[in-house]
Design a protein around this ligand. Structure first.
Ligand code: FMN
Length: 261
């Protein structure tokens, strides 16, 4: 019989964070859990990942953004490189003030299928990457304080003997969602520096042709729009107008984070 412990051997965080909000949330929680910056970061946006296997007494924070109320399919694919051995995991969905719907449940299910033991979960507000005036400034100081408090609650739990979570909201089968059939447009300001191509998680921007985007590979994560030093990449006007209209009703609402443990 293994001893019950609440002190992890090693602390990890893995995040898919195209525009940085999810990463901010993951790092705030993980550094509070570690009470130091001594933890290992795994960036799931790197196109080629190593296979990781975690020990039963490790703990890992796994954070993804919400796309259409779901976990982005690409992030799910990247998550298959992480293997637990009944390893304690904390599932985090970062979302932009609309709704997280089935994303947190889907993330938790995917971690369980990779032999992680999901002991806590949270849905955290983060600037809407398609319209940054929505949930602007989130996660803010109050969100970060809540994440610190959440870390304390997690640390008080017995890691190897914690009961499985049964209260994560969401439905199975998960909602159907298809990304908008558009890709970022590129203006004349493009200097072909290639940064967008080098940092695109799905390798949708050919290295020799950074002014183009492969619509078969692009997941509209918008990483290219934030890394471009010339702001040459952006959502097409028509898509921007549609998003503004869709998010209009929720743009001034301050939503609360939700924690499950
Ligand atoms: C294609 C796409 C779909 C999105 N769908 C949702 C959604 O369904 N609900 C929501 O509240 N936010 C949604 N968002 C906003 C992101 O979940 C949010 O901005 C998140 O913080 C982005 O993470 P990142 O900053 O790590 O890229 C969406 C963003 C994108 C790009």
């Amino acid at each position: 019989m293994t001893a019950v412990t609440n002190k992890p051997a090693k602390i990890y965080t893995a995040y898919f964070s195209p525009t940085g909000g999810t990463k901010k949330v993951a790092l705030a929680l993980t550094s509070a859990l570690a009470d130091t910056d001594r933890f290992t970061e795994i960036d799931l946006s790197l196109p080629v990942l190593a296979q990781y296997t975690f020990a039963a007494d490790d703990i890992i924070v796994i954070a993804v953004p919400v796309f259409g109320g779901r976990v982005p399919a690409f992030a799910l694919q990247q998550l298959t490189t992480l293997h637990g051995q009944n390893t304690s995991a904390i599932a985090i969905a970062a979302y932009g003030n609309r709704a997280y719907e089935d994303a947190l449940l889907e993330l938790s299910d995917s971690l369980t299928s990779q032999s992680f033991h999901v002991i806590a979960a949270a849905a955290i507000l983060s600037e809407h990457s398609m319209l940054r005036s929505v949930a602007a400034g989130r996660p803010d100081a109050d969100d970060l304080a809540q994440l610190t408090d959440f870390a304390k609650k997690i640390s008080a739990k017995p890691l190897t003997d914690a009961p499985a979570l049964t209260n994560i909201p969401g439905n199975r089968p998960y909602k159907d969602w298809q990304p908008m059939p558009v890709v970022p447009k590129v203006s004349d300001s493009c200097i072909r520096c290639g940064l967008c191509s080098a940092t695109c998680p799905t390798q949708a921007i050919p290295s020799g042709q950074p002014h183009t985007t492969d619509p078969q590979k692009c997941i509209l994560c918008l990483r290219c729009t934030v890394v471009c030093p010339k702001n040459a990449r952006s959502l097409p006007q028509q898509a921007q107008a549609m998003i503004c209209q869709k998010l209009e009703s929720i743009k001034d609402i301050y939503k609360n984070n939700e924690f499950f443990y």
